[in-house]
Design a protein around this ligand. Structure first.
Ligand SMILES: [Zn+2]
Length: 350
């Protein structure tokens, strides 16, 4: 017998799947979106997650570069409050401001700050593309993920049994000419500060990822989620090699399902099947304020569309392009949409 909540959970996916293809299975388990950004009161969004039977991870990012003012403590406090109001719907992950990395006391201050957030319930720590692509030393050198001053920070995360969430580097488009052929034209034309082609002294994408990989080698016991398919969304073979090389590395799908949707279907299925224990579903859903009901509808629609893409087979449309659903078996869907998240993100309340 289904209760009302089960029905709500099943309904959107099953209704959509009837329209999109055969072979689909409606979800019979609680799904988890491991990559969400909500940092202000959002009762309707929490209600929408609850009603559709989703759980999630609310991730704090410190986007500050240069000497701009940024109130990270306020953002962390607001996120804690969202998680508290969600009553278990959302866990949360903290972060730190890496800009002071040359200051004496940076390591001690940062480790103490993170431990405080762990005491307050943070289950992971996000590092962002500012490391490798924006933050620079007094002498102008870019801070890389394997800077010696960050090593004690990773050590503290590992010792506290938290997970490192690493959004490092970007899609290849950040290093390609900014024209209409660039697959990320729309993002980099609106966010030129992250378009790296021709930036003097900036590391290449491979240099950033190699620096990240040295952290993975140095801390084989540290759980790491490489956000956005570990920034290897353009090259699943390279990602596959990295997943083989680093057993504690997993990746999330946040904002990159479209790369799967427009890729070679057989190769995508082979990749997902091979790494079915290492892929975490996430969206990168971000609430920027404004019409919360509209935001909730858009979040729900994203969850339904992505579920349909992974679960159903047959023709469907993904972000305006015709594609075929992957039609993954229930056992794999269960891992991607739930079980991998629970293993990589202990403390998730789901
Ligand atoms: Zn994100």
């Amino acid at each position: 017998m289904l209760n009302r909540r089960d029905l709500l959970r099943l309904l959107p996916a099953s209704v959509l799947l009837q329209a999109t293809g055969r072979g689909a299975t409606a979800s019979e388990f609680t799904r988890i979106d491991t990559h969400i950004h909500i940092h202000q009161e959002a009762p309707a969004l929490l209600g929408a997650l609850e009603a559709t039977g989703w759980r999630g991870l609310d991730i704090v990012v410190c986007p500050a570069v240069g000497d701009e003012a940024f109130d990270l403590d306020a953002k962390l406090a607001a996120t804690r409050e969202v998680a508290r109001q969600g009553g278990g719907t959302l866990a949360w992950a903290s972060t730190f401001d890496a800009r002071g990395f040359e200051d004496p006391g940076f390591v001690e201050r940062t480790v103490a700050h993170l431990r405080r957030t762990f005491d307050e319930g943070a289950i992971g720590v996000k590092i962002w593309k500012t490391i490798g692509m924006a933050i620079r030393s007094e002498s102008g050198a870019y801070l890389l993920p394997d800077d010696p001053r960050l090593m004690p920070v990773y050590e503290a995360i590992r010792d506290a049994d938290r997970t490192l969430l690493a959004h490092l580097a970007e899609p290849d488009g950040a290093w390609l000419p900014l024209d209409e052929d660039n697959p990320e034209y729309s993002y980099y034309s609106r966010n030129p500060q992250w378009h790296m082609l021709g930036k003097a002294g900036a590391p290449s994408k491979e240099e950033i990822l190699a620096a990240r990989d040295r952290v993975l080698s140095r801390f084989p016991d540290l759980r790491v989620v490489g956000c956005h398919l570990g920034s290897n969304e353009d090259d699943l073979d390279a990602l596959s090699e990295r997943l083989d090389a680093f057993p504690r590395l997993a990746v999330d799908t946040a904002a990159r399902v479209r790369y799967f949707a427009r890729g070679d279907r057989d190769r995508v299925i082979a990749f997902v099947t091979r790494h079915q224990d290492r892929i975490l579903y996430g969206t990168d859903f971000t609430f920027r304020g404004g019409d919360e009901q509209a935001a909730a509808r858009s979040m729900n629609a994203r969850h339904e569309l992505d579920w349909a893409f992974f679960a159903s087979e047959g023709p469907m449309e993904y972000e305006g392009r015709p594609t075929l659903g992957l039609g993954l078996p229930e056992s794999v869907l269960r891992k991607i949409f739930r079980e991998n998240a629970l293993r990589w993100l202990p403390g998730l309340n789901a």
